[in-house]
Design a protein around this ligand. Sequence first.
Ligand SMILES: Cc1cc2nc3c(=O)[nH]c(=O)nc-3n(C[C@H](O)[C@H](O)[C@H](O)COP(=O)(O)O)c2cc1C
Length: 175
Amino acid sequence: MKNVVILSASPRKNGNSDILCHQFMKGAEEAGNNCELIMLYDKKIGFCRACYACFRTGKCVLKDDMAEILEKVQKADVLVIATPTYFLTMNGMLKTTIDRFLPKWQDLGGHDVYLIITGHDHRGGLKLVGNELTEIFEHLGNEIKGIIWGENVWQKGEVNGTKAMEETYQAGLLV
Ligand SMILES: Cc1cc2nc3c(=O)[nH]c(=O)nc-3n(C[C@H](O)[C@H](O)[C@H](O)COP(=O)(O)O)c2cc1C
């Protein structure tokens, strides 16, 4: 049994990224794994202030939900990162969260990582997001096990019925 932590960055509840996160979770739970889905918009996560106090203390000066999230990320065997494409990059919520990895950045490796990327563009348009997240998570010492492309989806729920649904479920089954 693996410990699977899913970070969903879209502000749109039950939107395309969320739907794919639930598909992943469905597969992973059916395969007997322990899953937690964290909706980042439900959490209080401030911007990194670049004070570097964490380099001395190992802790962030901001008192919000990030310490708890970092602990869960560290304990995960499998990390799933889901973001909509916003102006050709990950959305701000995810970037804000990743910046707050700083206190533990040297201790966030060794996970199997799956990326879920949605957007109204086709695959080529979403590639930039896939590339940047791959670079970031590999740089932290993780292995990218799969990228799910929720391409050509714009309105809420449009991902339903696309092949990304089955792909995500299968990825969850096989974690
Ligand atoms: C501010 C903003 C910027 C966006 N920029 C892009 C973009 O550059 N490329 C793209 O393919 N889709 C873009 N989109 C569309 C979203 O990525 C798309 O609707 C996605 O399915 C949203 O995911 P969600 O349903 O999980 O919120 C943008 C949407 C918003 C709100």
